[in-house]
Ligand binder design. Structure first.
Ligand SMILES: [Zn+2]
Length: 426
């Protein structure tokens, strides 16, 4: 049954032009990452706007975080608005950085052009449209209910596209997402306006190196080829590991379907002599390779533990060792993220689902992301479980040429966010 629409939705619809203009203004600040450009400009632009509206604004530089330098300081903006009565805090977190432009554009990537009901530009979809929607939702809600319960926070944070260490991770480590000051978090990533993203799969990256002994290529029997050893590792992966991963299915509603199982990608392989610069005109040298390295990207499920994931790879290497007398290897761990999935009964999920039903006239789909995003830091460092990603924009358009966000989609999801505030803080 569709509930009666709140007058708040009319107020949000009346802000359509303001929402579009804010999205354009955000796109016009080219916050490219890497290297991390114009972070201070975007934080100041948003900070000035919110301060004028009565918000307490803090700009926080992630000093010493990876990527932070005087040339490219990692600036973050956090704004808080206290209602008139005690209550809980709803926090909207958006990353302000965008990925490189790439080729294939027919529009100005930083022009914020409007055509056919869309705003175009790098970051329109991922995720300046979502950031603009959350600002308009909060401002509209405050105007309608100035004496609301609790508090609202809006943050615009750095470096999500490169791991979030100069952004949400830095803030979470300093208590900004502690459950005693923030109770609900919505990350307006472009997951489509009718879907609620509950979390993401886990990640383990590692480099595996096989070792050999260098010798003249005409007498390989005097050396030991690290590339042949790695060949044996890859053969064992094909034989036993990939079928095992394909058999592990998850109850997590991961999209797309292919990611609803464990996966492993071999990101790179390097062995033997270094590849020469294209300007080199000579022949390669005849040597037996004494080192070979691969980097693996293992994505895992909530049903698996990271220890089990690592043990599988080590067991595989031990099996290879058992059949090859001179086999030696090393595993260097690079990066890990545990899977995160918020319960469908969590308050922020229930409120958002009800708001989507009111605005769009149907129940949302619940999804889980195949890759990770800043929810990982809010969960693991901040210890806050009541967190989702919800925002306008079509996920497949993220990072593409001619990226755009639909104006109707921004207005609809701003309406959803405003209703969530009304439900949780009204
Ligand atoms: Zn994003």
């Amino acid at each position: 049954m569709v509930k009666t629409k709140s007058p708040l939705l009319d107020d949000v619809a009346a802000q359509r032009d303001a929402l579009t203009a804010l999205c354009q203004d955000l796109i016009r600040i080219p916050t490219l990452n890497p290297p991390g450009r114009d972070y201070l400009e975007i934080c100041e632009m948003l900070g000035d706007r919110l301060r004028d509206g009565g918000w307490q604004v803090e700009l926080v530089r992630a000093e010493g975080a990876p990527g932070d330098s005087d040339a490219h300081p990692r600036w973050n903006m956090v704004a808080r608005y206290e209602g008139g009565r005690p209550g809980e805090c709803v926090h909207f977190n958006s990353h302000h950085d965008v990925v490189e432009v790439g080729n294939g554009w027919t529009r100005d990537p930083f022009g914020g052009e409007i055509a056919d009901g869309r705003v175009y530009g790098r970051g329109a979809c991922d995720m300046k449209g979502g950031l603009a929607a959350s600002v308009i939702a909060a401002e509209t809600f405050i105007a309608a209910h100035p004496e609301f319960n609790g508090a609202i926070e809006i943050s615009a944070t750095a470096d999500e596209e490169t791991g979030g260490y100069g952004g949400v991770a830095y803030l979470a480590e300093r208590g900004w997402f502690d459950p005693d000051r923030v109770q609900h978090v919505i990350i307006p990533e472009p997951l489509n306006k009718d879907r609620i993203c509950l979390g993401h799969r886990g990640v383990w990256w590692a480099e595996i190196e096989t070792k050999g002994r260098i010798a003249h290529g005409s007498m390989p029997f005097l050396g030991d080829s690290a590339v042949r050893h790695m060949g044996a590792v890859l053969a064992e992966m094909e034989e036993s590991l990939f079928p095992l991963l394909a058999s592990k299915h998850t109850e997590m509603p991961v999209v797309p379907d292919g990611a609803r199982q464990s996966t492993l990608n071999i990101n790179s392989i390097h062995g033997g002599e270094r590849e020469q610069d294209p300007s080199y005109t000579g022949l390669p040298a005849p040597v037996v390779p004494d080192r070979c390295r691969i980097v693996i990207d293992r994505r895992f499920l909530i049903e698996e533990s990271v220890d089990e994931v690592k043990a599988e790879v080590r067991a595989l290497l031990e099996r290879v060792k058992a059949t090859r007398p001179s086999f030696e290897y090393e595993v260097r761990e690079l990066f890990e993220v545990i899977p995160s999935m918020t319960d469908e009964d969590a308050p922020v999920v229930r409120s958002t689902a009800a708001a989507i039903e009111t605005v769009l006239g149907r129940m949302p789909d619940y999804v889980v992301s195949p890759g990770t995003y800043d929810q990982k830091h809010i969960d693991r460092i901040g210890k806050l479980k009541n967190c989702i990603a919800y925002g306008p924009g079509i996920l497949d358009l993220a990072h593409q040429p001619d990226e755009w966000v639909g104006i109707d989609d921004m207005v609809d999801s701003a309406g959803v966010m405003a209703l969530v505030l009304e439900e949780l803080l009204g």
